[in-house]
Design a protein around this ligand. Sequence first.
Ligand SMILES: C[S@@+](CC[C@H](N)C(=O)[O-])C[C@H]1O[C@@H](n2cnc3c(N)ncnc32)[C@H](O)[C@@H]1O
Length: 229
Amino acid sequence: MEKVKKSHFRTADGSPTLYMEQFDEYYHSKHGAIQEAMHVYLGMGLNYWLSLHPTAKTCHVFEMGFGTGLNAFLTAKAAEQANIQVCYHAIEAYPLSVEEMDEVNYFSFLAEKENDLYRQIHASSWEQEIEITTHFRLKKMKTLLADFDPKQKMDVVYYDAFGKRAQPEVWTDDCFPALTKAMNSGGVFVTYAAIGSVRRTLLSLGLETGLVTGPPGKREMIRGLKPLL
Ligand SMILES: C[S@@+](CC[C@H](N)C(=O)[O-])C[C@H]1O[C@@H](n2cnc3c(N)ncnc32)[C@H](O)[C@@H]1O
């Protein structure tokens, strides 16, 4: 994966993403990277969890597939807006290089203040939990999902793997038990995908799972809820 050539692509909402020609795969929806992230992970994920836990002061978010850090960045901004403390743990098997981040060019897309936040998210050390803002702590872990042993409980899971066509191994039944076990009751699992076998696996692992409205360009996506005890 490290040697796969990636090129810059501007998505329909104007926000950039990376494209991998060899897999014919994008890091985000070409219908709009920011729109997709806002809908799938913030709207259906974090904000939905907040609506179920309106008095919560802290939230533990876990992301599978840190990638460009866009979801982390948008979550850091949302944490400040909602005035909650977010502790964000993310795994990434193939971290992007500085050159690749320059290529995707989020830095020129964002306003100056946002740029600082985004740069801090990228510059933060791996394998350590770091305070990025007063509302957002981040721990980036370089590991394959298959080798990951969650040590921290999760309130919201962002499952942002590449598509099944490009990477079937991150959508098999054995990808999900450790993550769902680590979820707190009342926790929310979201992914942009609407794969039937994944929905059935999450159901079999005890999540109330259904299809909800997808982001622009996608009719449906999966959301699961770990029932309250
Ligand atoms: C769709 S992209 C994620 C986009 C990202 N969330 C963002 O906001 O830019 C999928 C990510 O999963 C990573 N990945 C692929 N296989 C993985 C694996 N087995 N374990 C962990 N990460 C993996 C890829 O390197 C890529 O960065």
